[in-house]
Write a protein that binds this ligand. Structure first.
Ligand code: IPM
Ligand code: MG
Length: 357
Protein backbone atom coordinates (compact mmCIF):
# COMPACT_ATOMS: atom_id res chain seq x y z
CA UNK A 1 0.00 0.00 0.00
CA UNK A 2 1.10 3.57 -0.72
CA UNK A 3 0.13 6.22 1.82
CA UNK A 4 0.97 9.83 2.55
CA UNK A 5 1.31 10.46 6.28
CA UNK A 6 1.75 13.97 7.65
CA UNK A 7 3.69 14.35 10.91
CA UNK A 8 2.96 17.34 13.12
CA UNK A 9 5.56 17.04 15.91
CA UNK A 10 4.38 20.24 17.63
CA UNK A 11 5.81 21.55 20.90
CA UNK A 12 7.44 20.29 24.11
CA UNK A 13 7.88 16.52 24.10
CA UNK A 14 5.86 16.28 20.84
CA UNK A 15 8.92 16.06 18.54
CA UNK A 16 10.57 13.42 20.76
CA UNK A 17 7.61 11.05 20.81
CA UNK A 18 6.72 11.58 17.15
CA UNK A 19 10.31 10.71 16.18
CA UNK A 20 9.87 7.32 17.88
CA UNK A 21 6.49 6.71 16.24
CA UNK A 22 8.13 7.53 12.91
CA UNK A 23 10.65 4.73 13.49
CA UNK A 24 7.77 2.35 14.19
CA UNK A 25 5.96 3.39 11.01
CA UNK A 26 9.11 2.86 8.96
CA UNK A 27 9.60 -0.57 10.50
CA UNK A 28 6.01 -1.60 9.74
CA UNK A 29 6.39 -0.36 6.17
CA UNK A 30 9.56 -2.39 5.74
CA UNK A 31 8.21 -5.60 7.25
CA UNK A 32 4.84 -5.52 5.49
CA UNK A 33 6.08 -4.07 2.21
CA UNK A 34 4.18 -0.77 2.35
CA UNK A 35 5.40 2.56 1.09
CA UNK A 36 4.66 5.39 3.55
CA UNK A 37 5.62 8.89 2.44
CA UNK A 38 6.23 10.80 5.68
CA UNK A 39 6.56 14.58 5.84
CA UNK A 40 6.85 16.88 8.87
CA UNK A 41 5.13 20.25 9.13
CA UNK A 42 5.06 23.08 11.67
CA UNK A 43 2.03 23.45 13.94
CA UNK A 44 1.31 24.90 17.38
CA UNK A 45 3.54 27.25 19.36
CA UNK A 46 6.57 26.68 17.12
CA UNK A 47 4.46 27.73 14.11
CA UNK A 48 3.33 30.88 15.95
CA UNK A 49 6.99 31.74 16.56
CA UNK A 50 8.06 31.09 12.97
CA UNK A 51 4.96 32.05 10.97
CA UNK A 52 2.68 33.98 13.34
CA UNK A 53 0.03 31.28 12.85
CA UNK A 54 -0.49 28.03 14.83
CA UNK A 55 -1.76 26.31 11.67
CA UNK A 56 0.07 27.79 8.64
CA UNK A 57 -1.83 27.30 5.38
CA UNK A 58 0.95 25.11 3.95
CA UNK A 59 0.51 22.75 6.92
CA UNK A 60 -3.27 22.65 6.47
CA UNK A 61 -2.87 21.96 2.74
CA UNK A 62 -0.44 19.11 3.42
CA UNK A 63 -2.92 17.64 5.93
CA UNK A 64 -5.80 17.86 3.45
CA UNK A 65 -3.66 16.15 0.82
CA UNK A 66 -2.66 13.24 3.11
CA UNK A 67 -4.15 9.87 4.03
CA UNK A 68 -3.54 10.38 7.73
CA UNK A 69 -1.97 12.77 10.23
CA UNK A 70 0.09 12.02 13.34
CA UNK A 71 0.30 14.83 15.89
CA UNK A 72 2.64 15.02 18.91
CA UNK A 73 1.35 17.76 21.21
CA UNK A 74 0.91 21.51 21.07
CA UNK A 75 1.20 24.33 23.59
CA UNK A 76 3.36 25.44 26.49
CA UNK A 77 3.77 28.27 28.98
CA UNK A 78 5.59 30.37 26.39
CA UNK A 79 2.32 30.81 24.46
CA UNK A 80 -0.09 30.97 27.41
CA UNK A 81 -0.61 34.73 27.58
CA UNK A 82 -4.42 35.17 27.63
CA UNK A 83 -4.04 38.43 25.71
CA UNK A 84 -1.98 36.90 22.91
CA UNK A 85 -3.37 37.31 19.38
CA UNK A 86 -3.49 33.57 18.88
CA UNK A 87 -2.76 30.37 20.78
CA UNK A 88 -1.41 26.91 19.86
CA UNK A 89 -4.80 25.35 20.77
CA UNK A 90 -6.49 27.50 18.11
CA UNK A 91 -4.47 25.62 15.48
CA UNK A 92 -5.75 22.28 16.75
CA UNK A 93 -9.37 23.43 16.85
CA UNK A 94 -9.08 24.81 13.31
CA UNK A 95 -7.55 21.57 12.04
CA UNK A 96 -10.43 19.55 13.56
CA UNK A 97 -13.00 21.85 12.02
CA UNK A 98 -11.37 22.17 8.59
CA UNK A 99 -10.98 18.41 8.23
CA UNK A 100 -14.50 17.80 9.66
CA UNK A 101 -13.11 15.44 12.32
CA UNK A 102 -16.35 15.18 14.25
CA UNK A 103 -15.59 11.94 16.10
CA UNK A 104 -12.87 11.71 18.71
CA UNK A 105 -12.20 8.10 19.77
CA UNK A 106 -10.49 7.74 23.12
CA UNK A 107 -9.92 4.21 24.32
CA UNK A 108 -9.42 3.84 28.07
CA UNK A 109 -7.93 0.45 28.69
CA UNK A 110 -6.01 -0.67 31.74
CA UNK A 111 -2.88 -2.73 31.25
CA UNK A 112 -2.43 -5.63 33.64
CA UNK A 113 1.27 -4.82 33.92
CA UNK A 114 0.48 -1.27 35.02
CA UNK A 115 -2.39 -1.83 37.47
CA UNK A 116 -0.36 -0.55 40.43
CA UNK A 117 0.11 2.77 38.61
CA UNK A 118 -3.59 3.62 38.96
CA UNK A 119 -4.59 5.87 41.84
CA UNK A 120 -7.63 3.58 42.24
CA UNK A 121 -7.71 0.15 43.83
CA UNK A 122 -6.80 -2.72 41.57
CA UNK A 123 -10.16 -4.50 41.96
CA UNK A 124 -11.92 -1.42 40.56
CA UNK A 125 -9.74 -0.82 37.52
CA UNK A 126 -8.73 -4.33 36.52
CA UNK A 127 -10.27 -5.20 33.15
CA UNK A 128 -11.52 -1.70 32.33
CA UNK A 129 -11.97 -1.32 28.57
CA UNK A 130 -13.98 1.74 27.56
CA UNK A 131 -14.12 3.41 24.17
CA UNK A 132 -15.20 7.04 24.36
CA UNK A 133 -16.73 8.78 21.35
CA UNK A 134 -16.45 12.49 22.00
CA UNK A 135 -18.19 14.81 19.52
CA UNK A 136 -15.42 17.13 18.34
CA UNK A 137 -16.60 19.83 15.94
CA UNK A 138 -19.72 21.17 17.63
CA UNK A 139 -21.16 22.04 21.02
CA UNK A 140 -19.86 24.78 23.24
CA UNK A 141 -16.40 24.74 21.61
CA UNK A 142 -17.83 26.05 18.37
CA UNK A 143 -21.04 27.88 19.37
CA UNK A 144 -21.30 31.65 19.27
CA UNK A 145 -19.58 33.64 21.97
CA UNK A 146 -19.72 37.22 23.13
CA UNK A 147 -18.17 39.60 25.57
CA UNK A 148 -19.37 43.09 26.37
CA UNK A 149 -19.41 45.71 29.12
CA UNK A 150 -21.77 45.16 32.05
CA UNK A 151 -22.73 47.18 35.10
CA UNK A 152 -20.65 44.80 37.24
CA UNK A 153 -17.69 44.86 34.85
CA UNK A 154 -18.18 42.64 31.82
CA UNK A 155 -20.51 39.88 30.67
CA UNK A 156 -19.51 36.95 28.51
CA UNK A 157 -21.27 33.96 26.98
CA UNK A 158 -20.38 30.74 25.16
CA UNK A 159 -23.25 28.93 23.51
CA UNK A 160 -23.69 25.15 23.44
CA UNK A 161 -25.34 24.25 20.15
CA UNK A 162 -26.14 20.85 18.61
CA UNK A 163 -28.28 19.92 15.63
CA UNK A 164 -30.08 16.60 15.21
CA UNK A 165 -27.72 15.67 12.38
CA UNK A 166 -24.60 16.32 14.45
CA UNK A 167 -25.88 14.07 17.22
CA UNK A 168 -27.04 11.33 14.85
CA UNK A 169 -23.74 10.93 13.02
CA UNK A 170 -21.60 10.53 16.14
CA UNK A 171 -24.12 8.21 17.82
CA UNK A 172 -24.25 6.09 14.67
CA UNK A 173 -20.46 5.61 14.73
CA UNK A 174 -20.46 4.85 18.45
CA UNK A 175 -23.33 2.36 18.18
CA UNK A 176 -21.65 0.59 15.26
CA UNK A 177 -18.45 0.32 17.32
CA UNK A 178 -20.44 -1.06 20.27
CA UNK A 179 -21.79 -3.86 18.07
CA UNK A 180 -18.20 -4.96 17.42
CA UNK A 181 -17.30 -4.85 21.12
CA UNK A 182 -19.46 -5.44 24.18
CA UNK A 183 -22.73 -4.37 22.46
CA UNK A 184 -23.36 -1.76 25.15
CA UNK A 185 -23.70 1.97 24.42
CA UNK A 186 -24.04 4.73 27.01
CA UNK A 187 -24.97 8.27 26.01
CA UNK A 188 -24.02 11.02 28.45
CA UNK A 189 -25.84 14.36 28.67
CA UNK A 190 -27.31 16.90 31.07
CA UNK A 191 -30.92 16.60 29.92
CA UNK A 192 -32.33 17.44 33.35
CA UNK A 193 -31.14 21.02 32.89
CA UNK A 194 -30.01 21.86 29.34
CA UNK A 195 -32.30 22.14 26.32
CA UNK A 196 -29.39 21.22 24.05
CA UNK A 197 -29.03 17.99 26.03
CA UNK A 198 -32.74 17.22 25.67
CA UNK A 199 -32.28 17.39 21.91
CA UNK A 200 -29.15 15.23 22.23
CA UNK A 201 -31.03 12.59 24.23
CA UNK A 202 -33.94 12.52 21.82
CA UNK A 203 -31.80 12.33 18.66
CA UNK A 204 -29.47 9.70 20.17
CA UNK A 205 -32.40 7.58 21.37
CA UNK A 206 -34.10 7.77 17.96
CA UNK A 207 -30.99 6.60 16.07
CA UNK A 208 -30.45 3.69 18.41
CA UNK A 209 -34.12 2.65 18.35
CA UNK A 210 -34.33 2.80 14.55
CA UNK A 211 -30.91 1.47 13.52
CA UNK A 212 -29.37 -0.33 16.49
CA UNK A 213 -32.27 -1.82 18.45
CA UNK A 214 -30.12 -4.86 19.30
CA UNK A 215 -27.51 -2.73 21.12
CA UNK A 216 -27.95 -2.42 24.90
CA UNK A 217 -28.45 1.28 25.35
CA UNK A 218 -28.62 3.54 28.37
CA UNK A 219 -28.37 7.25 29.18
CA UNK A 220 -26.51 8.76 32.12
CA UNK A 221 -26.31 12.36 33.34
CA UNK A 222 -22.82 13.80 33.12
CA UNK A 223 -22.43 14.49 36.85
CA UNK A 224 -23.45 10.92 37.69
CA UNK A 225 -21.12 9.66 34.97
CA UNK A 226 -18.17 11.45 36.58
CA UNK A 227 -18.96 9.40 39.68
CA UNK A 228 -19.65 6.03 38.01
CA UNK A 229 -16.46 6.32 35.99
CA UNK A 230 -14.37 5.91 39.12
CA UNK A 231 -16.74 3.76 41.20
CA UNK A 232 -17.69 1.14 38.58
CA UNK A 233 -15.71 1.79 35.38
CA UNK A 234 -15.93 -1.85 34.28
CA UNK A 235 -19.68 -1.44 33.66
CA UNK A 236 -19.06 0.71 30.57
CA UNK A 237 -18.23 -0.34 27.03
CA UNK A 238 -18.79 2.43 24.48
CA UNK A 239 -19.65 5.92 25.75
CA UNK A 240 -20.84 8.73 23.47
CA UNK A 241 -21.08 12.37 24.52
CA UNK A 242 -20.70 15.99 23.45
CA UNK A 243 -17.55 18.00 23.03
CA UNK A 244 -17.04 19.54 26.47
CA UNK A 245 -18.45 16.65 28.54
CA UNK A 246 -16.16 14.36 26.54
CA UNK A 247 -13.15 16.59 27.12
CA UNK A 248 -13.66 16.42 30.87
CA UNK A 249 -14.71 12.76 31.21
CA UNK A 250 -11.83 11.46 29.09
CA UNK A 251 -9.26 13.26 31.23
CA UNK A 252 -10.90 11.70 34.27
CA UNK A 253 -11.02 8.32 32.53
CA UNK A 254 -7.35 8.47 31.57
CA UNK A 255 -6.45 8.43 35.25
CA UNK A 256 -8.06 4.99 35.65
CA UNK A 257 -5.05 3.62 33.84
CA UNK A 258 -2.70 5.71 35.96
CA UNK A 259 -0.59 6.42 32.95
CA UNK A 260 -1.46 9.30 30.69
CA UNK A 261 1.65 8.36 28.74
CA UNK A 262 -0.08 5.22 27.47
CA UNK A 263 -3.26 6.55 25.86
CA UNK A 264 -3.74 7.28 22.16
CA UNK A 265 -6.67 8.95 20.46
CA UNK A 266 -8.11 9.22 16.98
CA UNK A 267 -10.17 11.98 15.40
CA UNK A 268 -12.05 10.96 12.31
CA UNK A 269 -14.66 12.30 9.93
CA UNK A 270 -17.03 10.89 7.33
CA UNK A 271 -14.15 10.64 4.83
CA UNK A 272 -10.69 12.11 4.33
CA UNK A 273 -7.62 11.84 6.56
CA UNK A 274 -7.91 11.14 10.27
CA UNK A 275 -5.84 12.81 12.98
CA UNK A 276 -4.04 10.63 15.52
CA UNK A 277 -2.33 11.77 18.69
CA UNK A 278 -1.41 10.81 22.22
CA UNK A 279 -3.88 12.06 24.85
CA UNK A 280 -1.07 13.63 26.88
CA UNK A 281 0.02 17.21 26.38
CA UNK A 282 3.35 18.79 25.51
CA UNK A 283 4.81 18.35 29.05
CA UNK A 284 7.25 21.29 28.73
CA UNK A 285 8.76 20.47 32.13
CA UNK A 286 10.37 17.28 30.79
CA UNK A 287 10.88 18.31 27.16
CA UNK A 288 14.27 17.62 25.61
CA UNK A 289 15.42 15.29 28.39
CA UNK A 290 14.61 11.93 26.83
CA UNK A 291 12.15 11.16 29.65
CA UNK A 292 8.87 11.14 27.70
CA UNK A 293 6.94 7.91 27.27
CA UNK A 294 6.65 7.27 23.51
CA UNK A 295 4.06 4.47 23.88
CA UNK A 296 0.93 6.63 23.58
CA UNK A 297 2.16 8.02 20.26
CA UNK A 298 3.24 4.57 19.12
CA UNK A 299 -0.25 3.29 19.99
CA UNK A 300 -1.68 6.27 18.07
CA UNK A 301 0.15 5.02 14.98
CA UNK A 302 -1.62 1.69 15.49
CA UNK A 303 -4.97 3.53 15.47
CA UNK A 304 -3.83 5.41 12.36
CA UNK A 305 -3.03 2.19 10.52
CA UNK A 306 -6.35 0.65 11.58
CA UNK A 307 -8.78 3.53 11.03
CA UNK A 308 -7.25 5.49 8.14
CA UNK A 309 -5.35 2.84 6.20
CA UNK A 310 -7.39 -0.28 6.99
CA UNK A 311 -4.25 -2.13 8.13
CA UNK A 312 -5.79 -4.06 11.03
CA UNK A 313 -3.09 -6.71 11.14
CA UNK A 314 -0.24 -4.19 11.34
CA UNK A 315 -2.12 -2.21 13.99
CA UNK A 316 -2.59 -5.31 16.11
CA UNK A 317 1.13 -6.15 15.77
CA UNK A 318 2.09 -2.78 17.21
CA UNK A 319 -0.38 -3.15 20.08
CA UNK A 320 0.92 -6.63 20.84
CA UNK A 321 4.51 -5.35 20.75
CA UNK A 322 3.64 -2.69 23.32
CA UNK A 323 1.96 -5.33 25.51
CA UNK A 324 5.03 -7.54 25.25
CA UNK A 325 7.41 -4.74 26.20
CA UNK A 326 5.33 -3.88 29.27
CA UNK A 327 4.96 -7.54 30.26
CA UNK A 328 8.73 -7.86 30.03
CA UNK A 329 8.94 -5.14 32.66
CA UNK A 330 10.31 -2.24 30.63
CA UNK A 331 9.20 1.17 31.88
CA UNK A 332 9.72 4.83 31.16
CA UNK A 333 9.97 7.13 34.18
CA UNK A 334 6.24 8.02 34.28
CA UNK A 335 5.26 4.39 34.85
CA UNK A 336 8.36 3.12 36.67
CA UNK A 337 7.09 3.91 40.19
CA UNK A 338 10.60 4.80 41.28
CA UNK A 339 12.14 1.67 39.75
CA UNK A 340 14.51 1.42 36.83
CA UNK A 341 13.45 3.33 33.74
CA UNK A 342 14.32 3.63 30.06
CA UNK A 343 14.75 6.76 27.96
CA UNK A 344 12.26 7.69 25.24
CA UNK A 345 14.46 6.21 22.53
CA UNK A 346 15.39 3.08 24.50
CA UNK A 347 11.69 2.31 25.10
CA UNK A 348 10.99 2.61 21.37
CA UNK A 349 14.02 0.36 20.73
CA UNK A 350 12.29 -2.34 22.77
CA UNK A 351 9.11 -2.05 20.70
CA UNK A 352 11.14 -2.17 17.48
CA UNK A 353 12.97 -5.29 18.68
CA UNK A 354 9.65 -7.09 19.09
CA UNK A 355 8.41 -5.87 15.71
CA UNK A 356 11.56 -7.11 14.01
CA UNK A 357 11.52 -10.52 15.71
C1 IPM B 1 -8.08 17.79 24.19
C2 IPM B 1 -7.50 19.09 24.62
C3 IPM B 1 -8.02 20.16 23.67
C4 IPM B 1 -9.52 20.23 23.82
C5 IPM B 1 -7.39 21.55 23.84
C6 IPM B 1 -5.88 21.48 23.74
C7 IPM B 1 -7.93 22.52 22.82
O1 IPM B 1 -7.83 19.36 25.94
O2 IPM B 1 -7.82 17.39 23.03
O3 IPM B 1 -8.77 17.16 24.99
O4 IPM B 1 -10.04 20.84 24.75
O5 IPM B 1 -10.20 19.62 23.00
MG1 MG C 1 -8.80 17.75 26.94
Amino acid sequence: MDAKIVLLPGDGIGPEVVAQAERVLNQVAETAGHSFELSSHPMGGNAIDDFGDPLPSATLDACKDSNAILLGAVGGPKWDDPNAKTRPEAGLLKLRKELKLFANLRPIKTYKALLESSPLRQEIVEGVDILFFRELTGGIYFGGSSRSPHESGEVASSEMVYSTGEVERIVRLAAAAAKNRGNHLTSVDKANVLEVSRLWRQAAGDVVAKEFSDVNYDVVLVDAMAMHLISRPRDFDVVVTGNMFGDILTDEGSMLTGSLGMLPSASIGESGPGLYEPIHGSAPDIAGQGLANPLATILATAMLLRHSLGLEEEAALIEKAVDAVLDAGFRTKDIARGGESLSTTAMADKVLEVLKA
